[in-house]
Ligand binder design. Structure first.
Ligand code: RFL
Ligand code: PHB
Length: 390
């Protein structure tokens, strides 16, 4: 098989890149290790920046998010038992975020890809990347008992944190990493969200909590938990009780509970691999960087990488210029590091660390009190939350 861009991974990065390239008339093939249903079953992000919503529209799949996504004008911070709104819309000159699940975004992109008849190889085993130092890279994989090869002009490594792309160039990258000494226990339930018009981020002496949503009838909630906790130790009842204890009394009283339809524990990590380009291989999304989910930047960063990468390929194929390809890594990393900083800062402000004793707790509360009462500090939070300009 021969194509212009071989894309490894059918997560949000790979699918969005494929769609943007298709719109620009650039042929591409996606090679994915899992089945499509498996990819759709992973419950992850839920908040889209305007830049991400605009990109979906640009790639021709913006209708459903516009119809069904719930626009948020503010966020709410809970600390010391009280709740404080931050008027994100007012502080950023009219910018907003949209609550729309990663699974829905993935489904929209998969449906569009199928409707356009674009090639996606699911359940591809032992994917390997070759000759990206030269002008004729190749991707090899196994499927249905045979070995197959794709010849291409470029390879886009959109295969997430555990993918093969970054592993292939591990000797050529510098890694920067921070692990956090706790995880997030997440619950999905078909109950109306307690705060349908603003995500709630909670700091309490019992640890962090988060109230989010997927729709007006589906909620997503999280509580900080020890890294070695097991999901089985958390009955639904225990989860709802713990969540209530970490919120202000009014919100706690309003929460509608119900049986969980998904429950999982995710570790938190900050990670950046530099650079993001190796000859004709480019990394994008989680393949190259991870943020802790506080701040909801992971999926949005993946989208901005893909925007830079698709524009660079378009410039190369249509205008015969390699300038954008040559600056891809540097342009992405400038934005990546700012999102890393924001996610790291908000994680530090909102969570209980092993050394957050009385003094540390009071420091967090003092900073939060300053944040909600200072227009300058609130604006800095709001600007980062809605996403920095591309
Ligand atoms: P993905 O979504 O991981 O997709 C990568 C795809 O590549 C495939 N793959 C391979 N394919 C072929 N060959 C191989 N060798 C392969 N190895 C892997 C995988 O099967 C997969 O389909 O990366 P992508 O596209 O860059 O998208 C990034 C986002 O998914 C990610 O940033 C966010 O989901 C991060 N994240 C969250 N972000 C938020 O903004 N808010 C959240 O609440 C949030 N929660 C989460 C998260 C990530 C999690 N992970 C990674 C465990 C919760 C979790 C649990
Ligand atoms: C989510 O809806 O899953 C979500 C929302 C905001 C975050 C993280 C996760 O910061």
């Amino acid at each position: 098989m021969r194509t212009q861009v071989a894309i490894i991974g059918a997560g949000p990065s790979g699918l969005l890149l494929g769609q943007l390239l298709h719109k620009a008339g650039i042929a591409n093939v996606i090679v994915e290790r899992q089945t499509g249903d498996y990819v759709l079953g992973r419950i992850r992000a839920g908040i889209l920046e305007q830049v991400t919503v605009d990109l979906l529209a640009e790639s021709g799949v913006g209708d459903r998010v516009k119809r069904e996504g719930v626009v948020h004008h503010s966020i709410e911070l809970v600390f010391a038992g009280s709740r404080h709104p931050i008027d994100v819309h007012g502080l950023t000159g009219g910018k907003v975020v949209t609550a729309y699940g990663q699974t829905e975004l993935t489904k929209d992109l998969m449906d569009a890809r199928q409707a356009a008849g674009l090639a996606t190889v699911y359940e591809a085993a032992n994917v390997s990347l070759h000759d990206f130092d030269g002008t004729r890279p190749r991707v090899r994989y196994e499927k249905d008992g045979g070995t197959h090869e794709i010849e291409c002009d470029f390879i886009a490594g959109c295969d997430g944190f555990h993918g093969v792309s970054r592993a292939t160039v591990k000797d050529a990258i510098t890694e920067f990493e921070r692990e956090y000494p706790f995880g997030w226990l997440g619950v999905l339930a078909d109950v109306p969200p307690v705060s349908p018009h603003a995500i709630v981020y909670g700091n309490s002496e019992r640890g962090f909590s988060l109230c989010s949503m997927r729709s007006m009838t589906r909620s997503r909630y999280y509580v900080q938990c020890p890294l070695d906790d097991k999901v089985e130790a958390w009955s639904d009842q225990r989860f709802w009780d713990e969540l209530r204890r970490r919120l202000d009394p009014e919100l706690a009283a309003r929460i509608v509970t119900g049986p969980s339809i998904e429950k999982s524990i995710a570790p938190l990590r900050s990670f950046v691999a530099e650079p993001m380009r190796f000859g004709r291989l480019f990394l994008a999304g989680d393949a190259s960087h991870i943020v802790p989910p506080t701040g909801a930047k992971g999926l949005n960063l993946a989208a901005s990488d893909v925007k830079y990468l698709s524009s660079a390929f378009v410039e190369y194929f249509q205008e015969k210029s390699a300038a954008a390809i040559d600056s891809y890594s540097e342009r992405c990393l400038r934005r990546v590091w700012k999102a890393e900083r924001f996610s790291w800062w908000l994680t530090g402000l909102m969570h209980r660390f092993p050394d957050t004793q009385g003094f540390g707790q009071r420091m967090q509360e003092a900073e939060l009190d300053y944040l909600v009462h200072s227009r300058a500090a609130s604006t800095a939070l709001a600007e980062n939350y809605v996403g920095l300009p591309l």
